[in-house]
Design a protein around this ligand. Structure first.
Ligand code: HEM
Length: 216
């Protein structure tokens, strides 16, 4: 669905439509499907957490840069912040050792986040990551517990302790996106940046997939 085809549709509807194919691609990369099916290892998950740490540090810095803009309060939310819990997860997962390296694809994603300084750009990346964590992320957590014998430790990233009920929270977040004071150009920018955000995420999975393959 193009933005120009439906100029008056709520931005959350445009976002969902514009990223649907990219979502399917990300969700069906070998790394994600192998991890979810129990064919990889906690080491592979640890490598993913290390990528997340770099990405969320940059995303949450961007959130602080745009925090004063009208409409930002409803999107830049302390209950979503993941940087501190990721550090805790990585400490658990590595036993206090060195974290796995940040990959080239992650560096590119982080670079993109560090060049942005507008609320539409933040909204695009926050939508892609946080609504993803509150959706498929919950399934990833369950699969890590089921297939790799994990409990709660190491999975704090997927546990939003300050969000009592995820479905109404996601609905409210979509409403906040819809209420952003954006003109048509801003809406188009937001949707284009969300597509880019999905591409960055897919590239990280592809690179992780080259490093981690199921045992033969
Ligand atoms: C294990 C892989 C994944 C599974 C099983 C999965 C599953 C889902 C499901 C079932 C929903 C719909 C939830 C709802 O409407 O309440 C959803 C939404 C979403 N997912 Fe994923 N997902 C996965 C990976 C990803 C990835 C890698 C990203 C992006 C980095 C992502 C981003 C999103 C976003 C942004 C939404 C919200 C869509 C919207 O309602 O506008 N997901 N996911």
């Amino acid at each position: 669905m193009s933005v120009t085809a439906l100029p008056s549709a709520p931005v959350s509807v445009l976002l969902k439509g514009a990223t649907q194919e990219a979502h399917t691609r990300a969700e069906t990369t070998a790394f994600v499907t192998d991890l979810m099916a129990g064919r990889l290892s906690i080491a592979a998950f640890t490598a993913l957490a290390a990528q997340h740490q770099a990405i969320y540090a940059a995303l949450e810095d961007l959130g602080r840069r745009v925090a004063g803009e009208p409409g930002a309060d409803a999107l830049v939310r302390p209950e979503l912040e993941r940087t501190a819990v990721l550090a805790e997860d990585l400490r658990t997962l590595t036993g206090g050792g060195e974290a796995p390296p940040v990959l080239a694809s992650t560096e590119e994603y982080v670079h993109r986040l560090r060049t942005l300084d507008d609320l539409a750009g933040y909204a695009a990346h926050a939508y892609t990551r946080y609504l993803g964590d509150l959706s498929g992320g919950q399934a990833i957590k369950r699969m890590m517990q089921r297939h790799y014998g994990m409990g709660e430790d190491g999975l704090a990233f997927y546990t939003f302790t300050q969000i009592a009920k995820i479905p109404p929270y996601k609905a409210a977040y979509r409403t906040a996106l819809d209420e952003l004071p954006l003109d048509q150009g801003g809406r188009e920018r937001l949707v284009a940046e969300a597509r880019a955000a999905f591409r960055y995420n897919e590239a990280v999975f592809v690179e992780l997939g080259r490093q981690f393959r199921p045992a033969a």
